[in-house]
Design a protein around this ligand. Sequence first.
Ligand code: URA
Length: 245
Amino acid sequence: MPMAPASPTPGSNLKTLREEAADCRACPLWKNATQTVFGEGPQQASLMLVGEQPGEREDLAGRPFVGPAGQMLDRALEQVGIDRKKVYVTNAVKHFKFVRRGKIRLHQKPNTSEIRACRQWYERELGSVRPDLVVAMGATAAQSVFGTITPINKNRGRLIDLDDGTRVLVTVHPSYLLRLPDAVAKAREYQRFVDDLGIAADLIRKTASSRRPRSRPECPTRGVAMHNHSRRYSPQGFDISLHNL
Ligand code: URA
C-alpha cells in the first residue's frame, strides 16, 4: 500500500532536524538501538545518497555508512570522482534494527511500517538540502524515496524525475555486493554499481556548471508529494519522466 505523505517542514536546517530526530519515537526501533543515526554531509550538497538503515558499526558510531558497506561505497565514489565529504549521506530508517544472537546483533530488514514512520526524516532532509540528485541504494531506500515498493533492477541506472522536482537514480545497496558469494558476480555487480554512480557523477558535474535546480524556485511541496507518485506507479513502470543520459 502506498505510504501517506508526511508533514513538510521546508527550510529547517540540518542541525535542527538532527536534534529533533535524536528523540524520535515514531516507531519502536529506538528502544533497542544505541542512538538515532541521522544523515550527514553539507547543507548545500548537490548529491544525496540514501541507504537502508544503520548497521552495527553505524549504530555505535552515530554516523551513516562507516562500516563495511560504507567502505565499499567510499571506494566506488572515489572511482567515479565523487568526494564523499561533499555528499549528503543518509538512510531510509534511522535506527538499527536487529535481533540478538548471543553477543551478536544480527541486522534485520526494516518493514513497511518502520519505513513509513521514518520517512518524515528523509522528506525533511530532502526539503532542507534540496540536492540535484537523490541516489536510492537498494529496495528499502527506493521504497522510501518513491513512497512505494519499487523494483530495483527495472529502474536502476537511469534518471527518474518525480513531480516535486526531485531527480532520482536507483541502484543496488553496497551490502548486496558484499553478500555475493561468487567472485566473478561480485566483480561484475560492483562494476555495475560504479557505472550507476558514474551517472550520478556526470549529472552532478553538469548541474554544477549550469546550476539547474539551484536556480529554480523552491517547491513548497518538495518531499511531500510522494503520495502522488505512489498513485502513478504501476507494475508496468512509472508514469513519470524517465531520462537516459
Ligand atoms: N547500510 C546502510 O544501509 N546504511 C548504513 O549506514 C550502513 C549500512
